[in-house]
Ligand binder design. Structure first.
Ligand SMILES: *Cc1c(COP(=O)(O)O)cnc(C)c1O
Length: 457
């Protein structure tokens, strides 16, 4: 029992804990010291400890507790999977100009809702709108928190207590439980399913729209892009223009949920063609919803563009306030959109740069890694876009392949690095794809690999 009594008091420990107090603040340090002493006492009582631990040892234990308590759970990683828009890895990394705009909006007051001309209240909705109109050709635009809220808001504002006609092949789940039928119910719209899973005809649209004009009335014809799966085989669907014409002939607006909503043709980089925002608008869509952080390559946002009269209704709906975009998002999105306006997306926007990397460039980089590490071989493989874009489409790539004893253990070691590396395995080899490793991360990437390879083969 003498050992128990010999444990230093919290005050004694605090006197020796100046550095910890400086770094972590007094209350949290006191908390960690109490816990450390309690644990030491418990171990002594159970005779798990030979003698009373010294002040130095107790402080070291407190420090490791403090480090665990204060370490952020959200931390950067290196994406060596080759999946450009990895939803689990945060989708799109941002351009330099975008990051700078977001920092500036965070650090300073801004004219977020202030008209510098008149000195009166302004609208936050103006900020990205002019650019979106110019780039897409739409009459009006609104930016909200993400595309899921964009779809919910548009349906709530335009189709509450009204019918929304949609093909059965598009009643999709986007992920994380976001299901089109459930969103529709939430918005108060009445789902009108037409066609079958694999075949929907123009006449299905026409007859649904001709339904008796009794309540509820037709609110929208909707298309939801199949962003994360494909229907193949015995399938049919009318052209977009045909569906839109059928809607317009019945006097009903057409809404397109594009999901990833590319502003450029992905086919020019060897991927399949992903429907673009401009195409939908040109085909006559009245409302188009898409994400800011998928193929557009900007910050998380939901973007709604389309007819001025409909966008005005959407802006006035009470939900618009609940799902509005914050100033940092608006600043960042504006900067990303500017890259499109200035035709510099390929050079400036990281995910567009990755999409546009040639096979030769990828191979050269993989070979440079193999030389630097003096390990592994460069093999041909496939990479995908991911993140609710271009389902099931892959493009050829080259990767550095490492043969190791236990691939799973090796992957775990990579994940445990101070800047974790996320990679994948194929045929029991570790594959590292240069396409998604950011140039700024390359040195630390190679150093980490060197260390892990040294400790663990
Ligand atoms: C990704 C996606 C959404 C959801 O967009 P978030 O920006 O992730 O909220 C909605 N609809 C479709 C078709 C999508 O692909």
């Amino acid at each position: 029992m003498t050992t128990l009594r010999n444990l230093p008091s919290i005050d004694q420990l605090l006197n020796a804990a100046e550095d910890l107090i400086q770094e972590y603040g007094r209350p949290l340090t006191v908390d960690s010291l109490r816990r450390t002493v309690d644990e030491a006492r418990a171990r002594l009582k159970l005779n798990l400890e030979a003698g009373t631990p010294s002040i130095t040892i107790l402080l070291a234990q407190a420090e490791s507790t403090l480090r665990a308590w204060t370490q952020p759970t959200l931390q950067p990683v290196i994406n060596a999977t080759g999946v450009i828009l990895h939803t689990n890895l945060g989708r799109a990394p941002l351009s330099k100009a975008t990051i700078e705009a977001m920092i500036s909006a965070s650090m300073n007051y801004s004219n977020l809702e202030f008209d510098l001309e008149t000195g009166k209240r302004g609208s936050r909705l103006l900020h990205a709108e002019a650019l979106l109109k110019k780039i897409t050709g739409a009459e009006a635009a609104i930016v909200v928190n993400n595309n899921a809220s964009a779809v919910l808001l548009a349906l709530s504002a335009l189709a509450n207590k009204k019918r929304v006609v949609i093909s059965r092949s598009q009643l999709v789940e986007i992920g994380g439980g976001f299901r089109i039928p459930d969103v529709m119910k939430q918005s108060g719209a009445k789902l009108v399913e037409i066609g079958t899973t694999n075949k929907t005809r123009l006449s299905d649209y026409q007859s649904a729209l001709q339904a008796p004009a009794s309540r509820p009335v037709n609110g929208l014809v909707m298309r939801a892009h199949r962003s994360n799966f494909k229907i193949i085989g015995f399938t049919a669907e009318p052209e977009l223009e045909e569906i839109i014409n059928a809607a317009h002939q019945a006097g009903v607006p057409f809404m397109d949920d594009l999901g990833s909503g590319a502003l450029y043709d992905t086919a020019k980089y060897g991927f399949a063609h992903e429907p673009t925002v401009q195409e939908s608008l040109q085909a006559g869509a009245d409302i188009v919803c898409f994400s800011g952080d998928k193929l557009l390559g900007g910050p998380q946002a939901g973007i709604i563009v389309g007819k001025a009269e409909l966008i005005a209704k959407i802006k006035k709906h009470p939900l618009a306030r609940a799902v509005r975009a914050d100033k940092i998002c608006l600043a960042g999105l504006t900067a990303t959109l500017l890259h499109y306006l200035k035709d510099e997306a390929e050079r400036e926007i990281p995910i567009v740069r990755m999409m546009s990397m040639s096979l030769e460039q990828v191979k050269v980089k993989a070979e440079a890694w193999a030389r630097e590490l003096d390990q592994g071989s460069v093999i041909a493989s496939q990479s995908t876009v991911g993140g609710g874009s271009l389902p099931d489409e892959s493009i050829p790539t080259f990767a550095l392949a490492l043969r190791v004893k236990s691939p799973d253990k090796f992957l775990k070691k990579l994940r445990q690095a101070s800047l974790p590396i996320i990679a994948r395995t194929e045929h029991d080899q570790i594959l590292l794809d240069p396409r998604t490793v950011l140039p700024e991360q390359e040195n630390i990437f190679l150093n980490t690999l060197r260390e892990v390879l040294h400790d663990y083969r």
